[in-house]
Design a protein around this ligand. Structure first.
Ligand code: FAD
Ligand code: NAI
Length: 498
């Protein structure tokens, strides 16, 4: 009894301590303190976007240095790596969103958050025009504001190559709405296939899921779809399970070209076991209402019936980015995005515009990892620039003063300015590539000393989960995602169609 009481007592104490700590952290998150108001003597920093680049910048930015304004059509940050999990109902949409105000309300100085799309940037007048593009609008829905510094972090949009039928008939996997739409359509295919009297041919069509693009998005989505089919479809639609087919179409000779050869082979063999067909050297030429038109490796054209097509064929620039680039026709000629210098300043903008993430053209891949490191770097640079601007202003004020103290101060400021003048260039530190491939397996290419460590399997999957859980920006999101994972393990995915 004594031993039993000791053990239960210790467990109770640990539970109470953990619970209290957790409650304290959650409450601290919930109750932001009083913030400094905007200061007319400070410069205005406008940030366009609320994705990986912008949110990482906001997290690290010393907002007391500027009057900060964030403009984005989404008033939240979306944790894209877990988006395919939302598409099949493993995670609920809210779990991977973080409202931007949850970040900005904890900053030292107030940050203005505006839900709007930037439609034009005028570098000559240093102004941004933006419009409220949401469903409900007030009497004012478009306006123009000035900036001293602009951070352009609007990401990219889906590349369709103007292939007929893509926009009309396929689902994308870029925004939250895309994942929700895909889930609705996917479940609709299942329910329509279960409709009484459906012919076998029609059932097979409805249950043929085609994923276009063998990059990480397409591969992860195929893996997630497979998990749903294996873990839930067999339970809730046993009569349909045998008719389901997943095809992954890729124009190049292999999937995942950015991963090492052994991991590509591992993924291909895992997909083979999971009965996911990989069609390489195959190009989608058209997407119709009930089929997809493919150009096969031998150049023949075939039309394959299917119920759902998900388009994950890469990125292209947004119109607002192309428009901005067109204002610097001599230097902004890279079709991949905005050309920046080693400190992420847009070429041609005289240091007043910075571009980070997928909208910029650098030697790095367009990934969350790059965008977030660029955001954190820019926070440091902007802090240095703020100090320099402050000293510049003080120097101007002292310009005409002739007292010996003023002369001495001028000299000191000039010395400090010389140090601040030089900005340290951005250096990307690659932490490795990770991808989930379904069947509770993931692949990882990790830098190891001067080489590379490649691993794949269930242990890598647990590593994948722990990495993403720790990368989520808040305790709230970590709790929600961990709870969703536990829920699905216990009760399975929800198959109700909203
Ligand atoms: P985004 O994160 O896309 O943010 C752009 C922001 O700009 C958004 O908030 C958007 O609403 C806003 N915006 C758009 N238009 C305007 C406008 N006109 N005015 C103002 N704001 C605007 N990368 C990895 O490293 N690892 C992964 O595991 C990974 N998984 C991914 C999974 C999926 C399904 C997808 C789609 C991508 C994944 N990526 C991953 C890539 C990663 O998401 C991008 O590289 C990253 O989002 C780029 O960050 P960003 O800030 O440039 O753009
Ligand atoms: P992607 O550009 O990496 O891959 C798209 C693929 O679609 C290409 O391989 C292309 O050959 C193929 N394709 C294009 N048109 C086609 C057609 N008509 N028919 C057949 N195939 C066609 O795009 P993705 O996967 O969306 O990734 C975008 C960026 O996000 C990449 O930089 C990627 O590294 C990153 N990302 C990283 C992830 C990770 O690290 N786990 C997960 C998802 C994305």
């Amino acid at each position: 009894w004594k031993r039993f009481l000791q053990v239960t007592g210790s467990i109770t104490l640990v539970t109470i301590a953990t619970g209290t700590a957790f409650y304290y952290v959650a409450q601290k998150d919930r109750t932001p303190g009083v913030q400094l108001p905007h200061d007319p003597t400070k410069k205005t920093l406008v940030i366009l976007g609320s994705g990986w680049g912008a949110t990482s910048l906001l997290n690290s930015l010393e907002t007391a240095d500027y009057n900060v304004i964030v403009i984005s059509p989404k008033n939240y940050f979306l944790f894209t790596p877990l988006l395919p999990s939302v598409a099949v109902g493993t995670l609920s949409p809210r779990s991977i969103l973080q409202p931007t105000r949850y970040v900005t309300r904890h900053k030292k100085r107030q940050v203005t958050v505006i839900e709007a799309s930037a439609t034009d940037v005028d570098p000559a007048t240093k102004t941004v025009t933006f419009a409220d593009t949401s469903e409900i609008q007030g009497l004012v829905s478009t306006t123009t504001i000035p900036y001293d510094y602009l951070v352009f972090a609007v990401g990219a949009e889906v590349q369709t190559f103007n292939i007929p039928g893509v926009r009309e008939n396929a689902c994308f996997m870029k925004e939250l709405e895309d994942a929700e739409k895909m889930q609705r359509r996917f479940l609709d295919c299942l329910e329509s296939a279960a409709f009484p009297g459906q012919s076998t041919e029609e059932i097979k069509r409805l249950l043929h899921m085609v994923v276009v693009g063998g990059g990480p998005t397409g591969v992860e989505l195929s893996g997630e779809l497979h998990d749903f089919l294996e873990q839930d479809l067999r339970s809730w639609y046993p009569e349909l399970a045998e008719n389901v087919r997943i095809s992954l179409v890729e124009a190049l000779p292999s999937v995942l070209p950015m991963f090492s050869k052994q991991l590509i082979d591992y993924t291909e063999s895992t997909f083979k076991e999971a009965k996911i067909d990989i069609l390489t050297k195959t190009m989608v030429k058209e997407i119709k209402d009930k089929s997809v038109v493919l150009q096969m490796p031998d150049k023949t054209i075939v039309e394959v019936p299917c119920g759902l097509v998900v388009w994950a064929a890469g990125n292209t620039l947004r119109k607002v980015t192309r428009d901005l680039m067109s204002k610097f026709p001599d230097v902004q000629t890279n079709r991949r995005g905005i050309t920046v210098d080693e400190c992420l300043r847009m070429e041609g903008s005289n240091g007043s515009i910075f571009a980070i993430g997928d909208c910029s053209a650098t030697s790095y891949a367009p990934t969350a990892q790059v965008a977030s490191q660029e955001g954190a770097y820019l926070a440091r640079i902007l802090s240095q620039i703020a100090k320099k601007d402050e000293l510049d202003a003080r120097l101007t004020a002292l310009q005409t003063a002739s007292e010996p103290e003023a002369k001495e101060e001028r000299e000191q400021i000039q010395k400090r300015l010389a140090k601040l003048e030089k900005l340290r260039p951005f250096k990307y530190s690659h932490q490795g590539s990770l991808a989930y491939i379904g069947s509770d397996k993931a692949i990882a290419d990790l830098p190891f000393f001067n080489g590379n460590f490649a691993s794949g399997g269930i242990a890598t999957y647990l590593f994948w989960r722990s990495v993403y859980l720790s990368t989520l920006f808040s305790v709230r999101n970590r709790t929600l995602v961990a709870t969703d994972w536990l829920y699905v393990k216990l009760f399975g995915r929800d198959v109700s169609r909203e």
